[in-house]
Ligand binder design. Sequence first.
Ligand code: NFS
Ligand code: SF4
Length: 632
Amino acid sequence: MWETDKTIDKAAQQMLKITAADGVATVWDRYEAQQPQCGFGSLGICCRNCLQGPCRINPFGEPKRGVCGADADTIVARNLLRSLAGGTAAHVDHAYEAVEALEKIATGDIDYVIKDENKLIATARQVGIETDGKDSKGVAKEVAQKALETLSGHEGEMGWLSAWAPKERVDVWRQLGVIPRGADREIREAMHQTSMGVDADPTNLLLAGVKQGLVDGYAGLKLATDIQDIIFGMPQPVKSEANLGVLNAEYVNVVVHGHVPLLSEKVLEWCRKLEDEAKAAGARGINVAGICCTGNEVLMRQGVPPATNFLGQELALATGAVDLMVVDVQCILPSVTNVAQCYHGDIVTTMPIAKVPGADHIPFSLEEADQQAEKIVRQSIESYKKRGSTPVHIPDERALIFAGFSVEAIIGALSKVNAEDPLKPLVDNIKAGNILGAVATVGCNNVKVKQDMMHVELVKELIANNVLVIATGCSAHALGKAGLLHPDATNNLAGNGLKAVLTAVGEAAGLGGPLPPVLHMGSCVDNSRIGDLLTALAGYMGVNIKDLPVAASAPEPQHEKALSIGTWAVALGVFTHLGLPPHILGSKAVTGTLTDKVEDLLGGKFYVESDPAKAAAGIIRHIKDKRHALGL
Ligand code: NFS
Ligand code: SF4
């Protein structure tokens, strides 16, 4: 039963037996081969930022300083800031692609359109653009211009932040001197600040880290979500299914993997257009499934079923049923080509910065998006024809899920209970204690944790204690596979207070039953929706975000992006749980600041706990403390 030590996902367990029998290495095997992992790296006390190194600090004795004189605190803080800049750069680059698309839509030379004019107008007004008497392309052009200033401005306060952040927060950040200018300038500055012989002051480095968190939140997450909503439409509740059982042997199976919906939306469009060609090739049609966050994007807006999350990507290929996996950027294991070679299926990379040896590269551009998507889908049909006698093992595992809970969709459901004052039923129930509080579970899988276990165990405990959960990213995938994005989970697992509220809202919204106990809000960039919801709730209750009975959790964080998102959450004043420590434990000063002292400055802090029951207890204790402070 070794496979149950690696994952709680039944489909993944079945596939692991197959890869083991076939002698195909997966992420779990490579993790084992890495043992023991380097203790210096784990503690964050190695530095290779200059050619006099690499240097490492002995946590138990000498040496206490690197060749240049940097001590453990400096090295840990510097490494953390570099990681934060890495995660932030990924989100900001993603946002840039969406902004570039909006700009080109406005000037009329690409095959994308504006699907949500209301969001365009609302966004324009919020960032201070006069919209009266202008057509939507004119407004789009100005919005794109403002967005570009947020990305590349060299002075002043970041526009997207000023437009959206609560005033109380802006004052706190301004006092600390952490309000960012343009994103590119701040990311560049973090790289400079951490280079040899620049900043040695851990406090100053950590404050720069907070600034990266704000860049991530506003120029990454929020900007990407706003522009993607404008181009692809606002998510509305959808039903779908999750897990490898969504693959279908009788269809051409196309898997979209990566992060930016500019590619996946086009591929989906062409899969629908070329159905007949697939049928002519002997298939029953084309079946599209998603992995990682681009999977969340097309789930939220199009109902495309998610096949699996981060740790399952190789296992999807091992089914032998994936005819083509097309990827853009982020969270793509370089091993996917090996696994595909052992089984079946083409791996197609599309971005100039994300190539994988052994994959086919079809460069994707906004100008030729249609031609390229068409080419990719045609290639998937050709690949299907070559499937031949490859054994196909699709685990019969799929769970029904509901997704698409944008803030607008949640308010829409609540307005069925109280049309005049939609937030009132939610807030009244929080005040009355039927809902104890709310927790956002976000982020990745990490091979160091049994796949999905932390997400699922933590959330079961929270909902049993009447905590409403909202989820994004690979956390939402994990919870979906485990049945927690379905109304049955409300009936079977939620505490009585939470169950009663979700039932009342679900019935008023015409679902004929409760809402799920976990509301799927989208991809990792959609964490901005959580920020919007918290801002709205705090505003409605007349308190600050840091006073709300809420928390965030990345139960199985893996990517640098998860650290940047977490830092933004802490900067907002949110108590933020991590199921694994980042590589900072080699500095007591840095660890102590992030898990304790920072609370006095920002109202939020990190809380690290690897046991799901203890983590739930810690989060619930925090929520109860906040309720108490509010007199609830
Ligand atoms: Ni978020 Fe998404 Fe998943 Fe983690 Fe990777 S897919 S952007 S980084 S692993 S949640
Ligand atoms: Fe060593 Fe300092 Fe160079 Fe880092 S910057 S490698 S600690 S000499």
